[in-house]
Write a new protein. Structure first.
Length: 380
């Protein structure tokens, strides 16, 4: 819970100090169990696997949280004279040495640096030392990662609270971005699902603590069971790491507000819109109204003006019979106007990007309230 608490401090450079997470467990986990098995790091070092198993705060699922500190870094510093020798005879003689050998003073300094790098080491990633999120997005998506960073670092308060939380982005190949017709959507669906496994293989090149699937599957699949199936299959290959999927995140967020009657805002064509309405209905919600912008391609989605979305919500979707607004489409940015719209209509507005990040953070145990990211982050 104490994300902003400095557990230890090590100097990364003369003018920068970074809080370092405790080596015994993940900094957010309050109740966890260790695995007590061995693993081999990419360096070849065989170490105890200090991953922890925690219970997701929203899903209740058992989630594996990797410890990416123990065993890192495997490093052996060395020093020399450079390609052109020492800078000066005096500097060489007094500080570095002569005849290709380091001076005693230099040897002592090098040994002091090596002493900071024992093997096995126990130092976290210097930037993402609290939580590294693995984000999967279509290769044409230019909005989602930007929105997530805008939440994490969009204010001084947020930046302080989320210091040490980072994002590793991997694209799911979507070379054919047309989504203007039902036939286009089918092609887009097939290429996205086919590319998910390759994206996961790439993601596994690094250690992540939680995954986020940045995709509105209800756009391309028309039933709730159909939406769940590829996500459940994908999650089986995640080696126990938690996965934030939109249908789970949306349900959890709407339940927090006790919202039953919703209005849907999307960039989808008519067929995609019908699929979205049906999926949310099968999820147990009453879709009172909906509006889709019918963007021709997934690239066009990122260019829809924010004020067009504001007018769509305030003038067409909102009403006394609506409990909450739900926005689909991860390239269909809404974060810059969420607070503005919520103030106008007096109801929660749940953007997909904001909600997926909220879900992933809460599942991993991050409980801090963040500002400028809508009522969801401010209240829950």
């Amino acid at each position: 819970q104490a994300l902003g608490k400095v557990l230890d401090v090590k100097s990364a450079s003369p003018d920068l100090t970074l809080p370092v997470m405790a080596s015994s467990s993940h900094p957010f986990s309050t109740s966890s169990a260790s695995l007590a098995i061995k693993k081999t790091l990419p360096s070849g070092l065989v170490i105890e696997d200090r991953a922890r198993i925690i219970t997701g705060a929203l899903s209740g699922k058992k989630i594996k949280l990797h410890n990416d500190s123990f065993g890192y870094p495997l490093s052996t510093p060395h020093a020399g004279f450079g390609s052109k020798g020492a800078l000066s005879v005096e500097f060489s003689r007094l500080s570095i040495g002569t005849n290709g050998k380091l001076s005693l003073q230099m040897e002592e300094k090098l040994s002091a640096i090596q002493a900071l790098l024992p093997s096995p080491g126990n130092d976290p990633n210097m930037l993402n030392h609290k939580l590294q999120l693995g984000l999967f997005v279509p290769s044409t998506n230019t909005s989602m990662e930007t929105e997530l960073w805008s939440i994490l670092k969009g204010s001084r308060k947020n930046a302080m609270l989320t210091d040490g939380i980072g994002i590793h982005n991997v694209n799911v190949l979507t070379a054919k971005p047309k989504v203007g017709s039902a036939a286009d959507v089918t092609v887009y669906r097939d290429q996205f699902i086919a590319g998910m496994r390759d994206a996961l293989s790439t993601m596994k090149h690094v250690v992540c603590h939680h995954y986020i699937m940045g995709m509105s599957m209800e756009h391309v699949i028309s039933t709730y069971d159909g939406v769940k199936k590829p996500m459940e299959d994908f999650e089986k290959d995640c080696d126990g790491i938690g996965l934030a999927a939109w249908h789970h995140a949306a349900t959890a967020a709407l339940q927090k507000f006790g919202a039953q009657k919703i209005a849907l805002l999307t960039p989808f064509d008519k067929s995609g819109q019908e699929s979205a309405v049906n999926v949310f209905t099968e999820m147990g919600f009453d879709v009172v109204r909906d509006l889709g912008f019918a963007c021709a391609t997934t690239l066009d989605i990122g260019h829809v003006p924010h004020q067009a979305k504001v007018k769509a919500i305030t003038e067409l979707l909102d009403g006394e019979d609506v409990d909450a607004i739900v926005q689909c489409g991860t390239n269909f940015s809404l974060l810059p106007v969420i607070c503005e719209v919520e103030a106008k209509i007096g109801k929660p507005v749940l953007g997909i990007n904001q909600t997926l990040l909220w879900y992933a953070l809460r599942e991993a145990g991050f409980e801090e309230k963040l500002e400028n990211a809508g009522r969801l982050f401010a209240e829950h």
